[in-house]
Design a protein around this ligand. Structure first.
Ligand SMILES: [Zn+2]
Length: 247
């Protein structure tokens, strides 16, 4: 076991409140393409930035909805990897130790839930839908095998994915929870996300300013000078090591 891993274990043992933020890297280890990857197949000539916005949806709702239906089909058979399972075990361990472990994700898939974690989504949910006009949650079934637009039963406007698009605010409840958890924690861990880019940067800075130690788990570390412990590994390798040492 390396010194860095040992240091992380000691920090987690001594922490009362732990805040964990996950990003695209942890889903990539389950085979979910990251947002920044070049798109493939049908959509290779489009940029995500040009599809994931309210402007794009208003201009061409069918195109944007079709893209999401395609993405849902890419993701639907993907499964949690050892990193997701280790985080679920750590959350359980926290409960038995009288610690709180707040798990927050920037990912829109449900792999943390599938692994059994309680998680707060900052960027919405790929599998939830809402009205593009009246904002009502859509409870009806969606047939993911086809891309026909769906109308809101309340106002008849088109249903859209309940995902935070470019230019949109993060959901206020989720953001408040994330800020509170970051401000209250003794240890803040960012996993598979750049700790230099908003919103992770803001949350890790907030944690640091309140005296927390920062751990970054990233195959390609972001060289953020605020980080106390860098674990330059796959999350699916290092998290099971941490959880095995702690449990
Ligand atoms: Zn509506």
């Amino acid at each position: 076991m390396t010194n860095d891993v040992q240091q992380a274990i000691t920090l987690l043992q001594n922490a009362k409140h732990i805040c964990i933020l996950t990003g695209a890297g942890i889903s990539a280890e389950s085979g979910i393409p990251t947002f920044r990857d070049k798109q493939t197949g049908l959509w290779e000539n489009f940029r995500a930035e040009d599809l994931a916005s309210i402007d794009a949806f208003e201009r061409d709702p069918k195109m944007v909805w079709s893209w999401y239906q395609w993405r849902r089909n890419l993701v639907k058979d993907k499964q949690p990897n050892p990193a997701h399972h280790a985080l679920a075990s750590l959350q359980q361990w926290g409960k038995t130790q009288g610690k709180t472990l707040s798990l927050i994700t920037q990912n829109v898939d449900d792999l943390h839930e599938q692994a059994g974690s309680q998680v707060t989504h900052l960027h919405g949910h790929l599998w939830k839908n809402k009205c593009s006009q009246c904002d009502a949650a859509y409870q009806g079934e969606i047939d993911y095998s086809q891309d026909a637009l769906v109308n809101c039963p309340e106002c008849e406007a088109y249903i859209r994915p309940d995902i935070v698009w470019f230019g949109e605010m993060l959901p206020s409840g989720a953001w408040q929870y994330a800020e509170q958890a970051s401000a209250d924690c003794d240890v803040f861990i960012s996993i598979g996300t750049s700790s230099l880019v908003y919103p992770a940067a803001g949350l890790s800075q907030l944690a640091k300013s309140q005296g927390a130690k920062l751990i970054e788990i990233n195959l390609h570390p972001t060289h953020n000078p605020l980080i106390d412990v860098v674990l330059a590994s796959k999350a699916g390798e290092v998290l099971p090591t941490l959880s095995a040492a702690l449990l």
